[in-house]
Design a protein around this ligand. Structure first.
Ligand SMILES: Cc1cc2nc3c(=O)[nH]c(=O)nc-3n(C[C@H](O)[C@H](O)[C@H](O)COP(=O)(O)OP(=O)(O)OC[C@H]3O[C@@H](n4cnc5c(N)ncnc54)[C@H](O)[C@@H]3O)c2cc1C
Length: 375
C-alpha cells in the first residue's frame, strides 16, 4: 500500500512522521510505503517570521532541511506536483509520475499580493521569508510617519498574526522611543477587528489603550504610492504599509480541477476529499471553517494518521477531527494570551500574562521536535 503525501509543510511532514511511527512493521515488511512529494527541500517555520522582522529570530532559527525532519523510512521526492489524477490514482510531477493507493493533499496556501494592483510595488509584508527580511530592514530605519497594518482578504494564514504584529509594532516603537512620532493604524475587511466576536472585543479595547487606530469594513482594491484605495470608496495614506496579502490554495489544486481557488472540498470530520474514499486533505489547503494555522494542521495530522494506519492494517478508522485549534496571541514582547476553540466551542482566553508568552517562546524553540512527531 502506497500513501503519497503532496506538500512538505507542517501538515505533510507531521502526517508522514505519524504514519511512519504507526506503520513501523508494515513498512519494514514492505506492506506499506510512505512517499512525500515536496517542491521545497526545506521547511520554513512561518510563526518565526513575526519575530524575524523585529530581529528576535534569524533565518537559520526558522528553517530546516526536510531530510532532517522526516522519519528515515519516508521517501522524500523533491519535485513539483503538476497534476493530480484522482480517477486513475496518479500524480504527475515535473519530472516523473507516481501511483498511489492513498493520497494526502497537504499543499497549503500561498500569498498572492499581485492580485491587488500596486501592492507589490508599494507595500510590504511578513508572510514569506523575502518579504519579512525586507520589512526587517525598513523597520530598523523607521522613525516617524504613519504605519498601516492592513488585512487584505479572509481567509489568510494565522488569523491572529495581524493583531500580534500590531501589538509588537507598538511595543517596538515604544522601546526605540519613537512611538509618539508614529501613527499606527490597523484595518480589517469586516465590521470588527477580528472574525470572532469576543476576541474582537478584547483586541479593540487593547488597541484603544495603546492609541492604535482601527478601520473596519476596509477592503483594499488598489495601492498607489503612499495611498490605499478601498472597495468602500475610502482612501488611507501611509508611509509604511504592512499588508496581509490575499491568499489562495496551491495552483496544483486549481490545475487538477478540484476547485477554482485552491481550497479542497473536505469532510469536516473525516478529512476525506468529498467524493473519494482514498483521498484526504489537511492543513491550510482545506475549505474547512477552521483557522489556517499550524496547530490545526497538527491536530488534523494526528486524526488522519490514526485513520489511515487503521485502514492499512484492516482496522476500523474511528478517529474524527472536531475543529480543534489553539492560537497564541503575543500582546507585547513580554506578555501573551491564547485562544482555544473547536467547531462547537467558542474561543476562551486568559488575561495576557508573562507565562503564556514564555510558553510561546519555548514552543518556537521546540517546534522542530513537534515536526519530527516527538512532541
Ligand atoms: C507570519 C505567520 C505567522 C504564523 N503564526 C502561526 C502561529 O503562531 N500558530 C499557528 O498555528 N500557525 C501560524 N501560522 C500559520 C502556519 O504557518 C500555517 O497554517 C501552516 O504552515 C500550514 O501548514 P500546511 O502544511 O498546511 O501548509 P504550508 O505550510 O503552506 O505547506 C504547504 C507545502 O506544500 C508545498 N506545495 C504546494 N504546492 C505544491 C506542489 N504542486 N508540489 C509540491 N509541493 C507543493 C508548498 O511549497 C509548501 O511547502 C503563521 C503563518 C504565518 C505566515
Amino acid at each position: 500500500m502506497r500513501v503519497a503525501i503532496v506538500g512538505g509543510g507542517v501538515a505533510g511532514i507531521l502526517t508522514a512522521n505519524y504514519l511512519a511511527m504507526r506503520l513501523r512493521e508494515e513498512i519494514r515488511d514492505k506492506k506499506a510505503e510512505i512517499l512525500l512529494i515536496s517542491e521545497r527541500d526545506k521547511l520554513l517555520y512561518e510563526p518565526g517570521l513575526l519575530y524575524l522582522i523585529f530581529n528576535k529570530l534569524e533565518e537559520k532559527d526558522i528553517t530546516k532541511e526536510l531530510k532532517y525532519l522526516l522519519d528515515p523510512s519516508v521517501k522524500l521526492i523533491v519535485d513539483r506536483a503538476e497534476k493530480l489524477d484522482l480517477e486513475n490514482r496518479k500524480i504527475k510531477t515535473k519530472s516523473n509520475e507516481f501511483d498511489y493507493d492513498y493520497l494526502v493533499i497537504a499543499t497549503g496556501s500561498r500569498i498572492v499580493p499581485e492580485e491587488i494592483p500596486g501592492l507589490v510595488q508599494y507595500g510590504d509584508w511578513f508572510y514569506n521569508l523575502d518579504g519579512a527580511k525586507r520589512l526587517r530592514e525598513k523597520l530598523s530605519r523607521f522613525k516617524e510617519g504613519k504605519v498601516v497594518v492592513s488585512v487584505m482578504g479572509i481567509p489568510h494564514k494565522c488569523p491572529v498574526a495581524p493583531i500580534e504584529v500590531t501589538f509588537l509594532l507598538h511595543e517596538f516603537f515604544k522601546i526605540h522611543n519613537v512611538r509618539d512620532n508614529i501613527e499606527l493604524v490597523y484595518t480589517y475587511p469586516i465590521n470588527r477587528v477580528f472574525t470572532l466576536g469576543n476576541v474582537s472585543e478584547l483586541v479593540e479595547k487593547m488597541f484603544e489603550e495603546r492609541n492604535i487606530e482601527t478601520r473596519t469594513f476596509f477592503n483594499p482594491v488598489e495601492v498607489k504610492e503612499g495611498k490605499i484605495i478601498t472597495l468602500e470608496g475610502e482612501e488611507e495614506s501611509f508611509d509604511l504599509l504592512i499588508a496581509i496579502p490575499p491568499h489562495k490554495g496551491s495552483q496544483l489544486i486549481i490545475d487538477s480541477g478540484l476547485s477554482d481557488d485552491g481550497w479542497v472540498p473536505t469532510d469536516k470530520f473525516t478529512l476525506e476529499v468529498k467524493g473519494y474514499d482514498n483521498v484526504f486533505a489537511l492543513g491550510d489547503t482545506t475549505d474547512l471553517p477552521v483557522s489556517k494555522a499550524g496547530s490545526v494542521a497538527h491536530f488534523q495530522a494526528e486524526v488522519l494518521a490514526e485513520n489511515l494506519s487503521a485502514e492499512i492494517k484492516g482496522l476500523p478508522p474511528t478517529a474524527r477531527y472536531f475543529g480543534k485549534a489553539v492560537c497564541f496571541i503575543e500582546t507585547s514582547f513580554s506578555e501573551a494570551t491564547y485562544i482555544w476553540f473547536d467547531y462547537e466551542t467558542p474561543p476562551t482566553f486568559v488575561k495576557p500574562n508573562r507565562f503564556t508568552h514564555w510558553m510561546k517562546i519555548a514552543y518556537n524553540r521546540m517546534f522542530w521536535l513537534t515536526a519530527r512527531g516527538v512532541l
